[in-house]
Design a protein around this ligand. Structure first.
Ligand code: TYM
Length: 333
């Protein structure tokens, strides 16, 4: 039986962080054995903010290296760069005819970006979800491992797929976000005011390339208070946050010990943060070191990209040809 198809991508807009790892990459790695996986660097998507052209190449290489350093095996999955697959922008163009201004303007990510960069509300920003749909539908994916922030984009992808199918005949399966049956993840920032992010909240985001001392510094700055005065009190959000982060990298016994200390009012947040910092260092260090080594080896990264491009285009060309025919764009029979 053929394996089910999985697609997911990461924008090349900056350093990857714990949110990218626990929201997406961790599942890529778990899925690579059982599914036919297409994972890519979304460099076109990064263009909405007009990055410096000289930074594009190093950024793309870094994301590739970080994915591999986290455990992604380019022999098992198709790992490629979005702009290497011209079938994607062609499908994007077709899907744009089925994406409506009203729904695009209502997208939460568009509204947020339009608010943050009022001088650059470009059409690429507006049709961001349409390009994402093309990324996913080009391989007829069934599952898309992503974090919580991408849920709405997936819903839109299903709408576009259904619209296409309805108008031109059954072509695309409905893709769903995937987290092994659990709800999608949102990794909070260390200051508890939002999520970890590549470009914002840098002091409260732990990056996979952060040096040990920087990790310690960021964790030690996390907000705490005097501690509970009543046994079993309700935890303030910022403390829940710390426990949530601890659950990602510390052993169950360690988490339980600090929970017990919280509940009997003996908790010392300084100790808890020290423990969390050390467990974060232990988690991040090998990924950082492996990334650095991989980044030096540009020849290997180039080979991986080329082989990924070939495999991705093979699958994409089949879907595109079918979509063109369904739309009536087949003039040379
Ligand atoms: P991007 O590059 O912002 O993030 C990459 C992946 O990391 C997840 N993520 C998080 N998960 C949990 N907590 C967080 N704090 C957190 N921050 C980021 C994201 O949900 C994502 O899974 N639009 C996408 C890239 C994309 C894509 C696609 C994804 C383009 N085309 C097709 C899937 C399928 C994005 O900007 O992700």
């Amino acid at each position: 039986m053929s394996k089910e198809i999985v697609v997911s991508g990461i924008r090349s807009t900056g350093n990857l962080h714990l949110g990218n790892y626990f929201g997406a990459i961790q599942n890529y790695i778990k899925m690579q054995e059982e599914y036919t996986c297409y994972f890519f660097v979304a460099d076109y998507h990064s263009l909405t903010t007009h990055p410096d052209p000289a930074q594009l190449r190093p950024n793309v290489f870094k994301v590739l290296a970080e994915n591999i350093a986290c455990g992604l095996d380019p022999e098992r999955v198709t790992l490629y760069v979005q702009s290497d697959v011209p079938e994607i922008p062609e499908l994007y163009l077709m899907l744009n005819m089925l994406s409506y201004k009203g729904e695009l303007e209502k997208t939460a990510s568009f509204k947020e970006k339009a608010r943050k960069q009022p001088d650059n509300v470009n059409a690429g920003l507006l049709t961001y979800p349409t390009l994402m749909a093309a990324d996913i539908l080009i391989h007829k994916a069934k599952y898309v491992p992503v974090g919580k922030d991408q849920e709405q984009h997936l819903e839109m992808t299903r709408n576009f797929a259904n619209r296409f199918n309805h108008r031109y005949g059954e072509t695309f399966p409905e893709p769903y976000p995937f987290n092994f049956g659990k709800s999608l993840v949102k990794i909070p920032s260390l200051d508890g005011t939002g999520k970890m992010s590549k470009s914002e909240n840098e002091h409260a985001t732990l990056y996979l390339c952060d040096e040990d001392d920087l990790i310690r510094k960021k964790v030690m700055k996390a907000k705490t208070d005097q501690g509970p005065t009543e046994p079993n009190s309700t935890m303030p959000d910022y403390i829940v946050n710390l426990f949530d982060l601890m659950k990602l990298v510390s052993s169950e016994e360690v988490v339980q010990q600090f929970l017990n200390n919280y509940n009997d009012c003996t908790i010392r947040y300084g100790d808890m943060k020290k423990q969390l910092a050390e467990d974060m260092v232990t988690f991040i260090r090998p990924i950082r070191e492996k990334t650095l080594a991989l980044q030096q080896d540009t020849a290997s990264l180039n080979r991986i990209m080329l082989s990924g491009r070939e495999k991705a285009r093979e699958s994409a060309a089949k879907t595109l040809s079918e979509a063109r025919k369904k739309m009536g764009i087949n003039f040379y029979t």
